[in-house]
Design a protein around this ligand. Structure first.
Ligand SMILES: *[C@@H]1O[C@H](CO)[C@@H](O)[C@H](O)[C@H]1NC(C)=O
Ligand SMILES: *[C@@H]1O[C@H](CO)[C@@H](O)[C@H](O)[C@H]1NC(C)=O
Ligand SMILES: *[C@@H]1O[C@H](CO)[C@@H](O)[C@H](O)[C@H]1NC(C)=O
Length: 430
């Protein structure tokens, strides 16, 4: 089996545009959650008025403006989620120093970048325009700006990559699936290098209304946004919507070594499963996540006792966090596992950035890779009192401040509506 390693990272998140600035703020316990009411009056009337918004401004300050990353002509053609993907892919490719020009290298490089929801803004505006003004009001760019796979399409076009071109869309598991699937494409020989990740930008009143109707969102901290996302805390009461993108460069091991690339970590295992239970709710026992983690560790041939850190999916919902907590303990305790729950190191970075939906799995994979790189576990913000009951929530959740600890092996989980669960296992290389 060909081995697959990570050689480049890029991200746009509610903490910053750029992965270095994002990571620096994350480990410094800063929050990217703010009030959404700055985005227009339509947000004022919604029950949840908090979100992880990408900060606006110049790239030099770690902020986002499209013109720093692409010409105005391309900006017009592209949905915002695709722009975030373009920027993150650029950063990841620069980081990996992979800018091929030879035909055989271009043919051996592919892209898989997905999105959960895509361009809701465009669909909404065009629906209204069409209803009111008819055929002539529909832009010729409507379809290209709407399609989810155009993020991957634009990245390939910009860089001339002629290998696989793919886009997963599996709700909140999208980013993780994209990376896992891309690693399989390299292992199988479809490509030597893959640009993989997820992107999302749907902080739109209609999306918030929909998630609020599904009773998924935090609504109690509209006046104190930084407190609203609190994974594993006893007062957690729903997720906080976020936006951004995460993209990584994956590479076949010998290919990376031959060109002297920096290797962040190796993709060791990838597990996929389904709850087979309910559209939006988890099974209380967390059986789906358990199966996904078990499969990822089997694939990695790593014993549960050797898992040093878990980046949880935990979105700050009462049911979801409890089910995942249950699954993590079932997976990591006991035979070939840890003897005590306090030895399980798990954090949810959603406390700082919120839930980036289709981008979450990719951004969190990057946080997991950087945890391995720096031997530093990013914190779970707002974790004042784990639980309840406390007897269930007795792992080390890296509450509020990051912790130093040698991390050789880590898992990252992502789960999505529809009951789809997946887990990736990364390890130090060498
Ligand atoms: C949709 O319409 C709103 C309100 O006019 C505008 O602010 C927004 O930029 C539009 N979005 C798109 C994708 O055209
Ligand atoms: C969890 O992290 C702490 C440091 O915060 C460390 O002392 C402990 O050994 C870790 N547990 C495992 C099993 O890695
Ligand atoms: C597994 O994925 C499905 C989809 O969200 C989801 O309903 C469930 O939350 C996941 N399981 C758990 C325990 O999180």
């Amino acid at each position: 089996m060909r081995r697959v390693v990570v050689t480049g990272l890029g991200a746009v998140t509610p903490l910053a545009a750029g992965i270095r600035q994002t990571w620096a703020k994350l480990i410094d316990s800063q929050s990217g959650i703010v009030s959404t009411t700055s985005r227009g009056h339509a947000f004022d009337k919604l029950p949840s008025r908090v979100g992880g918004l990408v900060p606006q401004g110049s790239r030099d300050d770690g902020r986002w403006q499209a013109k720093d990353w692409l010409p105005a002509s391309e900006e017009r053609q592209m949905a915002l989620f695709a722009q975030y993907a373009i920027a993150s892919a650029q950063e990841a490719l620069d980081d990996a120093d992979w800018h091929p020009t030879r035909e055989e290298d271009l043919e051996a490089t592919g892209v898989t970048i997905g999105s959960g929801i895509g361009n809701l803004d465009e669909a909404y505006n065009t629906s209204i325009a069409f209803h009111e003004g008819g055929y002539r009001k529909v832009s010729p760019l409507f379809i290209p700006r709407l399609l989810i796979n155009l993020a991957a399409g634009h990245v390939s076009i910009r860089h001339g990559f002629k290998g696989p071109n793919h886009a997963a869309t599996t709700a909140c598991t999208t980013g993780l699936h994209a990376i896992g699937d891309a690693s399989r494409m390299i292992a199988f020989g479809d490509a030597d290098v893959m640009v993989a990740g997820g992107a999302e930008s749907c902080i739109h009143p209609l999306a918030i209304a929909g998630f609020a109707r599904a009773r998924s969102l935090a609504t109690d901290w509209n006046d104190d946004p930084a407190q609203s996302s609190r994974p594993f805390d006893k007062d957690r009461a729903g997720f906080v919507i976020g936006e951004g993108a995460g993209v990584i460069v994956l590479e076949e091991l010998e290919h990376a070594k031959t060109r002297g690339a920096h290797i962040y970590a190796e993709v060791r295992g990838y597990g996929l499963s389904s709850d087979a239970h309910h559209m939006t709710q988890p099974r209380a026992d967390g059986n789906g996540p358990y199966l996904a983690m078990r499969q990822a560790l089997r694939h990695a041939q790593i014993e549960p006792c050797n898992v040093d850190y878990v980046n949880a999916h935990a979105t700050s919902t009462p049911l979801g966090d409890a089910a995942e907590n249950h699954a993590i303990k079932r997976m990591l305790l006991g035979d070939n596992g840890k003897s005590d729950a306090s030895q399980i190191n798990v954090s949810s970075t959603k406390g700082a950035v919120g839930h980036l939906l289709g981008a979450a799995g990719a951004v969190e994979a990057i946080f997991t890779i950087l945890a391995i790189e720096h031997n530093l576990m990013p914190p779970t913000l707002n974790l004042n009192n784990p639980g309840t009951p406390l007897s269930d929530f007795n792992c080390n959740y890296v509450a509020k401040v990051s912790q130093e600890h040698v991390i050789d092996v880590a898992l990252t989980n992502s789960f999505g509506f529809g009951g789809t669960n997946a887990s990736l296992c990364f390890a130090k290389y060498g």
